[in-house]
Design a protein. Structure first.
Length: 162
């Protein structure tokens, strides 16, 4: 793959980086109210924040498994390195990469009949979108329909199957 020859990613274990990035994105933390909270729920998430969090995660894992020959250059992921990795490995820019995870959560919430009392725009906010407009645009781009239509079709399918 192209990134394997990259000067920016030269000293980084790319398979390990991909594994840790996916784990970071897919594993929620528990907030003070015992609710799951994914990193992408942060409306202000950017490359710098994600690369710092990823580097911190890698550092913590290294110290748990503490090898005596730690090479700290392999665990500090700079935002430009993370950007290049996401662009080439996932064929997405950073925003599209993050929005993919946000849309997955929004789709679950929109299809959940117990969440019918929540507006589609509220679900967008709960999924990490800072504005209604960005939620609708991203949702439509990923699913081919707006959030309201997605909800109606999913509820209709579930009603028909029961």
């Amino acid at each position: 793959m192209a990134y394997e020859n990259s000067v920016n990613l030269k000293n980084i274990d790319l398979q390990y980086l991909e594994s840790r990035l996916k784990t970071l994105m897919e594993t929620p933390s528990i907030d003070k109210f015992d609710k799951e909270k994914f990193i992408f729920f942060n409306e202000n998430l950017n490359l710098r924040i994600l690369s710092e969090k990823l580097s911190k995660t890698l550092t913590q894992e290294l110290f748990i498994n503490l090898p005596f020959n730690i090479d700290f250059s392999k665990i500090e992921i700079k935002s430009n390195q993370l950007s290049e990795f996401i662009n080439v490995r996932f064929d997405k820019n950073f925003r599209a990469f993050i929005n993919k995870y946000r849309i997955q959560i929004a789709r679950k919430l929109l299809a959940d009949q117990s969440k019918m009392h929540l507006s589609t725009l509220r679900i967008g906010g709960m999924s990490g979108f800072a504005s209604d407009r960005s939620f609708i645009r991203a949702f439509s781009r990923f699913t081919g329909m707006n959030p309201g239509k997605y909800r109606r079709e999913n509820i209709r399918k579930k009603t028909k199957n029961n």
